[in-house]
Design a binder for this molecule. Structure first.
Ligand SMILES: *[C@@H]1O[C@H](CO)[C@@H](O)[C@H](O)[C@H]1NC(C)=O
Length: 188
């Protein structure tokens, strides 16, 4: 079955391959909010594409609270099940997670950013857009395994692991993440 290859060395990306943006949404959120977040992330991708080649990796569907049919398998569901990918790709380049694994050569995600609010909360007065690396506020949903890889919920792909996890306090629209992805990390 797909996705059960033995672990390989770190991603062997071909020269000239795009950088990949993967994302996820807080587990309790339902279909409609996830569809809405897609629009915002696609907008972020458009900003990134002005500087570099990127591809958006669509987060597999599964385990939604409203999906209460235990007789139907609800994990690792590709976006093509609900959406027309050639149409989505007319806006920004999108690929399924399985294609990301095939292209990137290994189920590793180099950098995971957990987006959070600011610990000090919302200051009265002028609204400003900002983003800063900060200590994680909530307990991390990822934990290190004996090889020092981060394990956690990666859309039901048990063999997927993260190499680095950090937390970003963010206040702003989706594109505020763009400079961080373009300038603060070389993760592909
Ligand atoms: C990104 O790098 C700039 C320049 O080094 C630094 O000032 C800024 O704090 C960094 N931002 C994040 C979110 O790491």
């Amino acid at each position: 079955p797909p996705g059960t290859d033995p672990p390989r060395a770190h991603a062997r990306l071909l020269p000239g391959s795009p950088r990949y943006l993967l994302y996820d949404v807080n587990p309790p959120e339902g279909f409609n909010l996830r569809r809405d977040v897609y629009i915002r992330v696609a907008s972020l991708l458009k900003t990134l594409l002005k500087s570099e080649q990127w591809a958006l990796v669509l987060p597999p569907w599964g385990r939604l609270y409203h999906w209460q049919s235990p007789d139907i398998r609800q994990a690792r569901i590709p976006w093509a099940h609900f959406f027309d990918l050639p149409s989505l790709s007319k806006n920004v380049p999108v690929i399924e997670y399985e294609q990301f694994i095939a292209e990137s050569g290994g189920p590793f995600i180099e950098q995971v950013y957990v987006l959070q609010s600011y610990a000090e909360g919302w200051k009265e007065g002028t609204w400003e857009e900002k983003i800063d690396e900060r200590p994680c506020i909530d307990q991390l949903l990822y934990s290190r395994d004996k090889h020092n890889y981060y394990r956690g919920w990666f859309w039901g792909y048990e063999e997927t692991r993260g190499l680095s996890v950090s937390c970003l306090s963010v206040q702003g629209s989706a594109s505020i993440v763009a400079p961080v992805l373009l300038k603060n990390t070389s993760a592909r």
